[in-house]
Design a protein around this ligand. Structure first.
Ligand SMILES: Cc1ncc(COP(=O)(O)O)c(C=O)c1O
Length: 429
């Protein structure tokens, strides 16, 4: 890391701090703790056909210096300035006066975030639990649904461990059977999976757990149709949305899963350790609470499942800000942008000799998680070289990479990443 981008003790780059001082502080925030960053021009209204200039103004709402290209949204996204500000201002407020009286308003902030979450996911606050992340949300389902030795749970083999490992461990305790369906690569199309699920459900199947958009190869599954098959057969459906929440315009009133889960710190660009569990009202009686404490949620299913004790209320309030920030741009616009960047990446890398794409370039089968192998290159070495020499942050995978661009990335970052890969392909890492 160079001095150019090194964070000071508050995590703010020295360069931003210097620019702030040069600006005389008039366009900046400067708190008593020294937390300081430039306030960019306000986000313009989203044009009908957003161009690179618009996306550059979106990028300016993030602290990322222009010479760092992090395209790793499937793992962790940066928070925008409105989110950081909400975290900072509310934390400062609590720490200045931690009395019950002063903190009372934080409860209203949590109620507000639940409302924003419900609107964002096209559902109602009564069906929303504010969790810490997808892992917790998935585990609230696998621990809360009653399953016995007579029952079967069907999973897809490329689900995340917070889903599949949880089912397998709990099966050891409660005696139910776990049937694992194999995901096929390259993606054979939505009908393949609808049919696979239809053929695999048995009289013993009680629950089906899938991932909407996978972290492994970026497969997009037909969640709505699969949930419909499950519903028709009296089977509960869990859709892990860690890789679709904040990336796609997820409409739960249309998808109709029984359970849907997500994390704020991935594609929604929210704070760490906040997340969501949606529980369809028809499944409210099918799930028991796992965590009980003095506190609980204010409405609907959150009264049963949200007994998590003292929460990080500033983070929950900032979660709402993250969703509002995305809504201001528009979820359909964000999905289209991330997918356009991923499409450009796939087109360019597949033209490099020795590259094999694991992700389907068919836009109905993938969105913005791109995985590929490169003959003769070690993924770990390439991952290190890209960051150490080019300041490009991605994920190393076997003899390849996983690259997941989002709406704060630019076409120029895709192009320079492809150019760097071509160079390392020729020279080695
Ligand atoms: C599909 C999927 N599910 C669940 C998780 C777990 O997310 P978290 O660590 O935020 O709980 C991840 C993380 O990468 C994921 O990709």
């Amino acid at each position: 890391m160079t001095a150019h981008a090194r964070p000071d003790s508050d995590g703010i780059s020295r360069r931003s701090f210097a620019r702030l001082l040069a600006a005389g502080g008039s366009a900046a925030l400067l708190g008593r703790t020294g937390l300081a960053f430039e306030r960019p021009a306000p986000l313009p209204q989203t044009p009908a056909a957003p161009n690179e200039a618009f996306w550059r103004s979106v990028r300016e709402q993030f602290l990322m210096p222009t010479d760092i290209s992090v395209m790793n949204a499937a793992n962790l996204c940066p928070s925008s300035l409105p989110v950081i500000e909400a975290m900072y201002e509310n934390t400062k407020d609590i720490d200045r006066d931690a009395s019950f009286q002063n903190r009372g308003k934080m409860g209203a902030g949590k109620v507000n975030t639940r409302k924003i979450l419900a609107e964002y996911l096209h559902t109602t606050p009564e069906q929303i639990v504010i969790t810490r992340n997808t892992s917790e949300a998935n585990n609230l389902v696998s621990s809360g649904v009653v399953l016995t030795a007579d029952d079967e749970v069907i999973i897809f083999n490329q689900n995340h461990p917070s889903n599949n490992l949880a089912w397998k461990e709990k099966a050891k305790r409660y005696g139910f059977t776990v049937t694992e369906l194999e995901v096929v690569s390259p993606h054979p199309g939505p009908d393949y999976y609808i049919d696979l699920v239809r053929r695999s459900i048995t009289a013993r199947t009680k629950l089906l757990a899938i991932t909407h958009h996978t972290n492994t190869v970026g497969d997009l599954f037909p969640a709505k149709e699969i949930c419909q098959v499950a519903r028709e057969r009296g089977v509960l459906s869990l859709v892990d949305g860690a890789q679709s929440f904040g990336l796609m315009d997820v409409d739960l009133s249309d998808m109709q899963p029984d359970f849907y889960t997500g994390s704020a710190h991935k594609w929604p660009c929210g704070p760490k350790e906040t997340g969501v569990l949606f529980v369809n009202e028809r499944a409210h009686d099918a799930i028991w609470g796992t965590m009980f404490s003095a506190g609980r949620g204010d409405v609907g299913i959150s009264r049963k499942l949200e007994g998590f004790g003292q929460r990080d209320e500033p983070a929950i309030i900032a979660f709402g800000e993250a969703l509002k920030f995305q809504q201001q741009i528009g979820m359909k616009t964000i999905q289209a942008r991330s997918q356009e960047l991923a499409q450009s990446l796939m087109e360019q890398v597949s033209a490099i000799d020795g590259v094999t794409l694991s992700t389907s370039p068919d836009p109905t089968r993938s969105v913005a998680v791109v995985v590929f192998a490169i003959d003769g290159l070690d993924g770990r070495g390439l991952f290190n070289a890209l960051y150490d020499n080019e300041k490009i942050g991605v994920t190393g995978r076997g003899n390849g990479l996983r690259i997941s661009p989002h709406f704060y990335n630019l076409h120029s970052e895709i192009d320079r990443t492809v150019a760097a890969i071509k160079r390392y392909k020729a020279t080695g890492v």
